[in-house]
Design a protein around this ligand. Structure first.
Ligand code: G3H
Ligand code: 13P
Ligand code: NA
Ligand code: ZN
Length: 283
């Protein structure tokens, strides 16, 4: 059944591995995420962005994930990814999400702290976990230079203040990753991650992890990352498999002939990620 996210991440922190948080937006992807976790005997986080909720409908996301979790033997958390409004958060809580992200990273520090605390006060009594973000992760901005990007990175002293004043369950940080497909190879600021980890003891979250090389992901986990977010790799695997069927069989009209292989390809990529994160066998 569905469980809160906080304990999964604390266990990961103790065990020096990370739990994968995989974005879903349809039935096949929800099924693939939970099947992959089941096959790997791994805890897992199914997450939905506001865009995914808008596309599928919150009741569909929640009901499909709850059903998959009930049929599974591994713990599954259902998490709102990049929530920005208090109303959206409460709507997720009413729909049995067990975790929410309040992304106040665009706000000035004080306001980010204030909004995060407002969310924590409302949802923690209900057993719902809260992730916040400090620093700006952003999209793949090819035209921004490295020094320009560093201005947006998480400041370790601010991270310490943020965590001491909010007591969040998990903190998303910016150390050089970006959402979506990268042009080149991202260079993570491990020095900064080390500094942040010295100053905060909560599980750290890595966003924009799809284009990050395996070795860098593992190093980040060894330095305190306990939740790794993956969306783009799922989209790539899903669409490539569906596209192949369409190209190979242009006369095919049965959606299941496309979405079935897409679902299988998604299970495979997620199993690979789960093994990379070290959470296999931890359920
Ligand atoms: O963090 C962003 C996720 O990849 C979700 O993206 O807003 O297009 O659903 P989306
Ligand atoms: P990617 O799409 O780069 O994997 O990022 C996912 C993410 O961070 C969702 O919050
Ligand atoms: Na999130
Ligand atoms: Zn993200």
């Amino acid at each position: 059944s569905l469980v809160p996210m906080a304990q999964l991440l604390l266990d990961a922190q103790k065990g020096h591995y990370a739990v994968g948080a995989f974005n879903c937006n349809n039935m096949e992807i929800v099924q693939a995420i939970v099947s992959a976790a089941e096959a790997e005997k791994s805890p897992v986080i199914v997450q939905a962005s506001q865009g995914a909720i808008k596309y599928a409908g919150i009741e569909y996301i929640a009901t499909m994930t709850r059903l998959a979790a009930e049929k599974a033997s591994v713990p599954v958390a259902l998490h709102l990814d990049h929530g920005t409004s208090f109303a959206q958060i409460m709507s997720c809580v009413r729909n049995s999400f067990t975790s929410v992200m309040i992304d106040g990273s665009k706000l000035p520090l004080e306001e980010n702290i204030g909004l995060t605390n407002k969310v924590i006060e409302a949802v923690r009594p209900l057993g719902v976990s809260v992730e916040a973000e400090l620093g700006k992760i952003g999209g793949t901005e090819d035209d921004i230079t490295v020094s320009e990007k560093e201005v947006l990175f998480t400041d370790p002293a601010e991270a310490e203040r943020f965590v001491s004043e909010t007591k969040v369950d998990a903190l998303a940080i910016a150390i050089g990753t970006a959402h979506g497909q990268y042009k080149g190879v991202p260079k993570l600021d491990f020095q900064r991650l080390t500094e942040i980890r010295k100053r905060v003891n909560v599980p750290i979250v890595l966003h924009g992890s799809s284009g990050v090389p395996d070795e860098a992901i593992q190093k980040a986990i060894s330095l305190g990352v306990c939740k790794v977010n993956i969306d783009t790799n799922i989209r790539e695997a899903f669409v490539a498999a569906a596209r192949k069927v369409m190209a190979d069989y242009p006369q095919e009209i049965d959606p299941r002939k496309m979405l079935g292989p897409a679902r299988e390809a998604t299970v495979e990529i997620i199993r690979e990620k789960i093994r990379l994160f070290g959470s296999s066998g931890k359920a």
